[in-house]
Design a protein around this ligand. Structure first.
Ligand code: C2E
Ligand code: MG
Ligand code: MG
Length: 715
């Protein structure tokens, strides 16, 4: 039995003490001991052998919140929180019943319900016979320590399991601790780096000034963060985002540096990819418009310093849409990729080839002395594009039209130069494609006019500015007028008489063609009906229909309604389509044409020979007539190719049993050739230009519906 146990026993049991009383009287000693126990800084609890409380000291009541008389006579277990496992109590009782000390930690509950931790030491107290008479429990509230330990354990877990690497160094910058993520990212196990300087992680990419600045900030502000390139154990260099904090004790003495970092190579790669995509065309990998603008900006500064010129060449492929629509987008895409290689091959390394989208490319060439150099580049490009392309076993020929602007001649900023190059490109197209044009101020005037046309066209119908002219169609052998084609004109107060070639394409671009087309159809039917009412014989009227009208909603219903409202006979209506209707959504077009034909309307293919017609579709469409394009008729007798084409079309029409009419017939020689080949009808200035309705009626009456027959071919 140790001395302490003896003391406590004395305090608890007033009976025997003399052996230790020294000079103090027994009663005084007893009081002193009782006070010592009661005022002890640890809480003290004494129970009987059944665990019923016999004594608690002041500290005990202070910690638990129970007054002494609330616990005296109660089981000490009343303070249990229920959180300490029952085995602990079982062990406790086993131990003290044996007569041994028990030490442990118990989670108890205060009177107010709050939990707290006690470090408990229970000692059995023996009576004079050596039997256990009481248990003395000395308890210390260790909640604060427990909490600290808990916090430390928590932080250790966080440290180890953090997704971010953590490295702690001492004030001399030697590594003292690293976590798992550190090993994961750097490849170094703790044992390989602890005690070393973090410079073992360095990539050598940053110079001394970089680190000097880092240390300066770290020491001045206690913190530094930034992007840094390090090297893994494997040798791989990678970017990381690093934050370092200096840790100081309450006396402001530096104790550690804590560095936290994450590997940002993936994030950086994704970011670079996004930036790349934002600046490049995904199909060809070429710089896009935004990048081109930047490059031009740089080139402008350079050109100004060196007093040189810059050229912007605006390319638009000729008839690319046809290739795309007829052979499919994969073929179109492959062509654009091959084209990209050729364009890059045709210019200098320092020039920029960019793609704006679709079939539009822009080439930026700097350092030019005189405009002729731009012409040389354009000529090279034309040649490169004109060579046939082999895509997917298709041999494709295409060409490009190029518009050129020059700095400083045509402008000094990107938008101006690009806009003018675009305008010049349109002029190259108008000039017959496969060619280039330099921008001129006159072109600007044209472009301006285009804009005017577009603006005024919107009101043309409301303001009643559209008129129809009519051109007779004639049987070649008899000279009889067999029909009439309605051709629209626009009498604009602002622009004068505008021919359809100048506004129909724009109406198609803006979608106004749907309303214009509706108006034309109605007016043509109304006029035909009016002529009948005036006593002219019923004549078939041909009306031009844009592919866009077919694609737009309920075209067939609108035709039916117009016929119904004007009282025009569907058998006397012919709709002229160009081959372009065969390019998209064939099934829908076939269905529409079938419904139109079912009510007696005839179908003609206009400008035949200029598109990419599939004979199979022509047959499926059940077309009634082909109109040979006037470009083939024009050179009859002078261009053997055209002769051959007209001959072939005639034969084909005969074998498919299609009617045929030659557009743009201007000379007697042409009629002779046509007749000899078996083309029976013509339309053209030889007979009459398109006329106003009244003029046409007068012409018809004047000739009795017959032109004099063309002279017979010499035998
Ligand atoms: P298109 O349908 O092929 O019309 C024939 C064009 O050739 C007409 O030009 C006509 O004036 C012209 N022409 C007639 N005979 C001769 C000739 O002997 N020699 C020459 N060189 N030309 C001749 P226009 O009226 O200027 O119409 C041009 C094109 O505009 C038309 O070509 C047609 O595609 C389109 N168009 C005209 N009216 C309409 C319309 O109401 N709707 C639609 N969608 N397009 C129309
Ligand atoms: Mg026509
Ligand atoms: Mg035509």
């Amino acid at each position: 039995m140790d001395a302490r146990r003896q003391d406590t026993q004395i305090a608890a049991d007033e009976a025997d003490a003399p052996a230790h009383t020294g000079g103090v009287a027994a009663a005084e000693l007893q009081r002193m001991l009782a006070r010592a126990v009661d005022q002890s800084p640890v809480s003290i609890l004494i129970t009987d052998t059944a665990g019923r409380v016999e004594y608690v000291n002041a500290r005990y009541t202070e910690i638990t919140g129970y007054a002494a008389d609330e616990v005296l006579g109660q089981k000490a277990g009343a303070m249990r929180s229920g959180l300490t496992p029952p085995e602990v109590y079982a062990d406790l009782w086993r131990t003290i019943r044996r007569g041994d000390d028990w030490r442990g930690e118990l989670c108890n509950r205060r009177k107010d319900g709050r939990l707290y931790w006690d470090s408990v030491h229970i000692v059995p107290i023996l009576d004079e016979t050596g039997r256990v008479a009481h248990y003395l429990s000395i308890q210390e509230d260790i909640s604060a320590r427990k909490e600290n330990e808990e916090t430390i354990r928590l932080w250790a877990t966080v440290f180890e399991n953090s997704g971010e690497a953590v490295m702690i160094t001492d004030p001399a910058n030697h590594i003292v601790s690293v976590n798992q993520a550190f090993t994961h990212i750097t490849g170094y196990a703790p044992g390989e780096v602890i005690g070393r300087n973090p410079s073992v992680l360095g990539s050598g990419r940053h110079d001394a000034a970089f680190f000097a600045e880092m240390w300066r900030r770290l020491n001045a502000y206690g913190h530094w963060q930034g992007e840094i390139w390090d090297r893994r154990k494997s040798g791989e260099v990678y970017p990381k985002w690093l934050g370092i904090s200096a840790v100081r004790d309450p006396q402001e003495r530096l104790t550690h540096y804590v560095a936290v970092f994450s590997d940002i190579s993936e994030r950086k790669a994704a970011q670079e990819r996004i930036e790349y995509l934002a600046r490049h065309d995904p199909l060809t990998g070429l710089p896009n418009r935004m990048t081109l603008a930047d490059r031009l900006e740089q080139a402008l500064a350079h050109a100004e310093r060196t007093q040189t010129r810059i050229a912007l060449l605006f390319l638009d492929l000729d008839r690319f849409k046809t290739i795309n629509d007829s052979l499919g987008h994969p073929v179109g895409d492959a062509l654009l990729q091959e084209l990209t290689r050729r364009l890059k091959g045709a210019v200098r390394e320092t020039d920029t080839v960019s793609r704006l989208g679709g079939d539009e490319f822009v080439i930026l060439a700097g350092g030019l002395g005189d405009p002729e150099m731009a012409a040389d580049i354009a000529a090279k490009i034309l040649a490169a594009v004109h060579r046939p392309f082999l895509v997917d076993s298709h041999r494709l020929s295409t060409s490009t039209s190029i518009g050129i602007t020059l700095y400083p001649d045509d402008g000094a900023d990107f938008d101006t130069l690009l806009k003018k190059a675009d305008i010049a490109m349109y002029h190259a197209k108008d000039a017959g494609r496969n060619t280039y044009r330099f921008f001129t101020e006159q072109m600007n005037a044209h472009a301006h006019e285009r804009l005017l046309v577009q603006n005024h066209l919107r009101q043309a119908i409301e303001r009643n500015e559209l008129v129809l002219h009519f051109q007779p169609q004639v049987a070649l052998d008899s000279g009889r007028i067999v029909g009439v084609e309605a051709l629209v004109r626009w009498r604009s107060p602002e622009l004068g008489l505008v021919p359809p070639d100048r506004f129909i394409p724009m109406a198609e671009e803006s979608g106004a063609i749907v309303d214009v087309g509706d108006w034309v159809l109605r007016e043509a039917c109304r006029q035909a009906r009016a002529w009948c009412d005036e006593g002219l014989p019923a004549l078939p009227v041909a009306v031009n229909i844009s592919a866009l009208q077919l694609r737009h909603g309920d075209f067939v219903e609108r035709v039916l309604r117009t016929l119904d409202e004007t009282g025009h006979d569907p058998a006397m209506l012919e709709l002229e389509f160009t081959e372009s209707i065969l390019i998209q959504d064939i099934a829908r077009v076939l269905d529409q044409v079938r419904r139109l034909k079912a009510i007696g309307i005839s179908i003609a293919i206009d400008d035949f020979g200029t598109g990419y017609s599939s004979l199979a579709y022509l047959k499926q469409l059940d077309v009634d007539r082909l109109k040979i394009d006037r470009s083939f008729i024009r050179d009859i007798g002078s261009d053997p190719d055209d002769d051959a084409i007209v001959r072939a079309v005639t034969q084909m029409a005969r074998s498919l049993r299609l009617k045929l009419i030659a557009e743009g017939t201007e000379t007697v020689e042409q009629t002779r050739f046509l007749l000899a080949e078996g083309c029976c009808e013509a339309q053209g200035f030889l007979y009459s230009p398109p006329l106003a309705a009244d003029d046409f009626a007068a012409l018809y009456r004047g000739c009795g519906g017959h032109f004099s027959r063309p002279p017979a071919a010499p035998r």
